[in-house]
Design a protein around this ligand. Structure first.
Ligand SMILES: Nc1ncnc2c1ncn2[C@@H]1O[C@H](COP(=O)(O)OP(=O)(O)OP(=O)(O)O)[C@@H](O)[C@H]1O
Length: 549
């Protein structure tokens, strides 16, 4: 009151540099993302991709909208429609294909080229391809690698022809009489592939092997797949076929052990692809994968790592071991598509009273019955995947489901290799089912946190007396073995019998449905000791279309 001067607020102090950068960092992530996750922050398993980065990539992706726009060899472009994606109409490249193919071909924007030329010159190029599950990563690396293989083959043939012409000239001048050609001389590429694709399991080796074989009919190259599913004799015959080998697909353990006795096998590799990189660089695979990387490094031009998830631990490993690696990451990395709906079944409530097996059987009966009601007797077979955390549980759950009239099989490391392949094949082949029926069924299943199979809403489980059989439904009970990379196009429903240990497992397990634009449904069974808060946050994150952390 006694003041003579007005006490005007002083000018606010300019924020410090640390304050500014904190605010900016905060702004890069949308408000929603920061607020949603509390329980998941305990794990914080996945690397964060900033909002700004995601927006920049979106712009880059929008530049190409057809395979014709890529500077691939014509025969490779044609093979996409006629072989790899035969039967599909209006095929367009997926985001990871738009992003990765031009870069792997060395045909990038000027700004990107400046960035990569600033990295060390005579080092091999290293790339990380990271995109959501079922988004076409295999073709994203396969097409440019085949392009490089074919161009190298043409270059070598030209060089060989020049050498031969020079030799002929020399012999003519020196009146030299040539010895007769060796009829059984092996091809110069025998047992020395140009490109190697590493995968964690023999199922994935045969899945990617099938695609390369398809492409080779048109593109004309020689590929071989080897894994522990084949006998020693078959592996030897494939590796050392007298006609040579261009692309080899293998598991790291097998290849590392072969290279001990025959180091020559890795002496000509120009392209090494490590698919499912987060598995192949974990503790169990690391020694073999590293051996292959080290032995191929002298001849390597491109090292390509590929994954649907970048765990934080892997991120720091990349920073240390591959500091110059170029990261090609899609805007939706670490999100589970909105077209996959996640529901929760509370196994503690009536009528299950803590009996998860019963809750699982009841859920499957509800799915099977809904399918039958919509499609009548002509219903296509419904394929359902059930994921458990421990392999010992697979058999137990499968047997329980069988006792409830459900056709179920268990798949784990204990299953013989041959059986594993047969079992999985039913779940990976493209079905001819009506898209409208599936969409209707899925839309009609209630979503939200309190989903209950139809029977439990009336508090009488629909699991029937054992004599009855659920028709047109096949169930596979599996562990993580069935969650990585397997292209389960036929699967519309995934039941998470156990709550996965981390968001990484959520992404891979739910990623077996809703592949390549299809719709899907995940159902998680929660019991007494399960983290309901984690499930709720995953569900909310999926609903908001946010990346999991
Ligand atoms: N451009 C495209 N258009 C339509 N379908 C495609 C396209 N590219 C690939 N596909 C199909 O999408 C399916 C999934 O592809 P792929 O197995 O490569 O996915 P992914 O990203 O490796 O998945 P995951 O992370 O689960 O291993 C395959 O059946 C493949 O044939």
């Amino acid at each position: 009151m006694n003041q003579k001067n007005a006490d005007l607020r002083r000018e606010p102090r300019a924020p410090s540099r640390a304050q500014t950068s904190r605010t900016l960092r905060g702004r890069e992530r949308p408000q929603k993302e920061r607020e949603t996750y509390h329980a998941l922050k305990m794990h914080n398993a996945l690397t964060q991709i900033s909002y700004r980065q995601r927006t920049t990539i979106k712009k880059e992706i929008s530049r190409t909208d057809s395979f014709d726009g890529f500077p691939l060899l014509q025969v490779i472009k044609e093979s996409v429609v006629s072989q790899a994606l035969a039967g599909m109409v209006d095929v367009v490249p997926t985001p990871i294909q738009r992003l990765a193919i031009p870069v792997l071909l060395g045909n990038e924007t000027r700004a990107a080229r400046r960035r990569s030329s600033s990295s060390q010159k005579n080092e091999m190029d290293q790339f990380l391809l990271a995109a959501e599950t079922g988004s076409g990563k295999t073709l994203a690396y396969m097409l440019p690698v085949l392009d490089a293989v074919k161009r190298a083959e043409a270059f070598d043939a030209e060089e060989e022809a020049k050498k031969k012409a020079q030799e002929m000239e020399f012999r003519k001048n020196a009146n030299y009489v040539a010895p007769p050609p060796l009829s059984n001389a092996p091809h110069s590429t025998t047992g020395r592939p140009r490109a190697i694709i590493l995968l964690p399991t023999s199922e994935l080796v045969s899945q990617v092997g099938k695609l390369t074989k398809l492409l080779s009919h048109k593109v004309k190259f020689r590929s071989a797949l080897i894994s522990s599913a084949y006998s020693g004799k078959v592996i030897r015959n494939r590796l050392f076929a007298p006609t040579g080998i261009d692309v080899l697909i293998s598991t790291p353990h097998l290849l590392a052990s072969i290279s001990e006795s025959d180091p020559n096998i890795l002496s000509r590799v120009s392209h090494l692809i490590i698919d499912e990189a987060d598995s192949l660089l974990d503790r169990s695979f690391m020694p073999s994968t590293s051996t292959v990387i080290d032995k191929t490094t002298p001849s390597l031009k491109q090292l390509i790592l590929c994954s649907a998830t970048i765990p934080r631990s892997l991120d720091s490993y990349f920073c240390k071991r591959f500091p110059n690696m170029r990261r090609l990451v899609t805007p939706k990395l670490h999100t589970i598509p909105r077209r996959v709906k996640l529901s929760v079944v509370d196994a503690e409530k009536r009528p299950y009273h803590g009996n998860k097996n019963l809750a699982c059987a009841d859920t499957i009966w509800s799915i099977g019955k809904a399918a039958a009601e919509h499609a009548g007797d002509t219903a296509d077979v419904r394929h359902i995947l059930v994921f458990v955390n421990e392999r010992e549980k697979t058999q137990e759950v499968a047997e329980y489901l069988i006792s409830k009239g459900i056709e179920a099989v268990a798949l784990s490391r204990d299953t013989p290799e041959q059986r594993q392949a047969e079992t999985l094949s039913a779940f990976t082949t493209r079905e001819k089912e009506s898209v409208e029926i599936v969409a209707k069924e899925i839309a009609e299943m209630p979503s939200g946190p309190n989903y209950m199979p139809s029977s439990s809403r009336s508090s009488v489980p629909s699991t029937p007396p054992p004599k009855r059989h659920l028709p047109n439904t096949k169930v596979l009970v599996t562990t993580d073995l069935g969650s990585r990379g397997i292209d389960t196009l036929a699967v519309r429903h995934v039941v998470l019998y156990d709550v996965p240990h981390s968001t990484i497992d959520f992404i891979h397990r739910l990623g077996r449905t809703g592949r390549m634009g299809r719709r899907g449904r995940g159902i998680v069974l929660v019991g007494k000791h399960d983290r309901r808060d984690v499930v709720r946050e995953v569900q909310e994150g999926m609903f908001n279309g946010q990346a999991l952390i």
